[in-house]
Design a binder for this molecule. Structure first.
Ligand SMILES: [Zn+2]
Length: 468
């Protein structure tokens, strides 16, 4: 530990990531002695962002006293193994469900990083020789060992005498917004804020008055399509594709989104809006995450809507096939009949979905249906933007399949929902708008200033601000 608050050193907040971009959430709170990193995420997308995962951090990881994780998505927890690799050994506080899911996510990411490095070395397409993984399974295991579960709504103290409370954010299972009491300042970090209409999770808990608010802005300039519109985009794509004898490929985030999509497919089938064709879930990580969700439903977790039971969450289309094995996955590259494949990663940045894309994109009969936020620089974003070729495993693949996109199933609040949630608190001293592309962050900051009269700022990467 680097010590306890030193009254002569002013408390500060430094934006180590997710500043004018959606990924790499890392915010360093210096209480005037102790250093606490809120979220410890990987940068994803454009090379210029991803390179930052490899850069030396502006703080020595060995001097960071503790980490707080808001939830288990890679852009919020995926840098923890790197921090550990470089010397961090303190506790990483998070909710029990986040600990379970983050363990799955970090182990999977290590495995993919190792596999990518091997693949790049075998085919010689990396700029580095030999290509090395950003972190390996050993680092991920060390990171998992540091996770310290704290229940929602249970105040605790972290190194530096900093008060911490994690309150449900309704984004994915275990997700929280973090409230920190630092040297007389109350700081609220929204993490990723869920929206009121999630089919399983209760809406985010209302915020408490705070001096400083650090709020996400993924959809800071957008309003979501209604679920009904999303349903018809998905159902229409499936009917057309199956009608022409093709394969529907749905890249999906393993945690949460795969479950929600399966529920949607089961419902559309029951309503007679899509044909009863085989649905394959080809992602070992998604299957592990599905088990954590099922446990939460069976245990009546308080983050879930009270009406949610295993019976009410029909997530099984009639011909569902779960595919943990690699051999089956390879066979599925040539399915031989019309079907639906749900596979990770959701932005096609890695994982088994890349093999499926490489096989299915060149054929006009097929379709790719994207349902998650697509970060600029990812293959998923390129598809949504209408690219004609996609580089996969060092080769260019022609894009002839139909591509559809909907944000109707987003796990994030949209701009109106975000303003509504924040309007429940007194204006803070300052609000910092993060975790959004620059236009989205600015749009939300403007709305907070115009509609709520807030002092709202879009911070720069590595900018440091003093706490009052
Ligand atoms: Zn998230």
């Amino acid at each position: 530990m680097s010590g306890f608050p030193n009254p002569s050193a002013p408390a500060s907040l430094t934006f180590l990531g997710a500043a004018r971009t959606v990924t790499g959430s890392r915010f360093l709170v210096d209480s005037g002695g102790a250093l606490v990193m809120v979220d410890c995420g990987l940068f994803q997308g454009e090379r210029v962002w991803r390179r930052r995962n490899w850069e030396e951090l502006s703080v020595d990881p060995a001097k960071v006293d503790a980490v707080v994780l808001t939830h288990a998505h890679l852009d919020h927890c995926g840098y923890l193994p790197v921090l550990v690799r470089n010397g961090f050994g303190g506790p990483a506080f998070c909710t029990p469900e986040t600990a379970e899911l983050a363990a799955i996510v970090m182990r999977d990411a290590a495995h993919l990083a190792e596999e990518d490095a091997e693949h790049a070395n075998a085919y010689g397409y990396s700029k580095h020789s030999p290509a090395l993984p950003l972190f390996d399974s050993g680092d991920a295991e060390k990171a998992v060992a540091l996770l310290r579960p704290v229940d929602h709504d249970t105040p605790t103290t972290v190194p530096g005498d900093i008060g911490l409370e994690l309150r449900s954010a309704g984004h994915i299972l275990g997700s929280a917004y973090a409230q920190l009491d630092v040297s007389g300042n109350r700081l609220l970090f929204s993490g990723d804020l869920g929206r009121p209409g999630h089919p399983l999770l209760l809406p985010p808990e209302p915020p408490r008055d705070s001096d400083v608010v650090v709020v996400e802005s993924t959809y800071g300039d957008r309003v979501h399509e209604p679920t009904e519109v999303g349903d018809e985009i998905i159902a229409g794509a499936i009917r057309r594709t199956i009608g022409r004898g093709g394969v529907v490929l749905m890249p999906a985030f393993a945690v949460d989104r795969t479950f929600v999509l399966l529920m949607t497919l089961a419902r559309l089938e029951t309503e007679g809006r899509i044909p009863a064709v085989p649905v394959y879930v080809d992602s070992p990580m998604a299957l592990r995450a599905l088990d954590v969700y099922k446990d939460a439903i069976r245990g009546h977790d308080t983050q879930l809507r009270p009406e949610v039971t295993m019976a009410s969450t029909a997530y099984r289309p009639s011909h569902l096939k779960l595919m943990p094995g690699r051999e089956e996955s390879v066979k599925l590259n040539r399915p031989g009949r019309p079907c639906i494949i749900v596979s990770a990663s959701g932005m096609a940045t890695g994982g088994r979905v890349l093999h499926h894309l490489a096989h299915q994109l060149p054929n006009r009969r097929n379709s790719v249906v994207l349902t998650g936020f697509q970060v600029p620089g990812t293959r998923g974003r390129a598809l949504v933007d209408g690219t004609k070729q996609l580089k996969i495993h060092g080769r260019y693949v022609p894009v002839r399949a139909e591509v559809c996109f909907t944000n109707a199933y987003s796990a994030h609040a949209d701009a109106a929902q975000m303003v509504e949630w924040l309007s429940g608190m007194e204006p803070p001293d300052t609000a910092y708008v993060v975790h959004g592309e620059e236009d989205a962050a600015r749009a939300l900051a403007d709305r907070l200033a115009d509609e709520l009269g807030w002092n709202a700022v879009v911070p720069r990467y590595l900018e440091r601000v003093r706490l009052a």
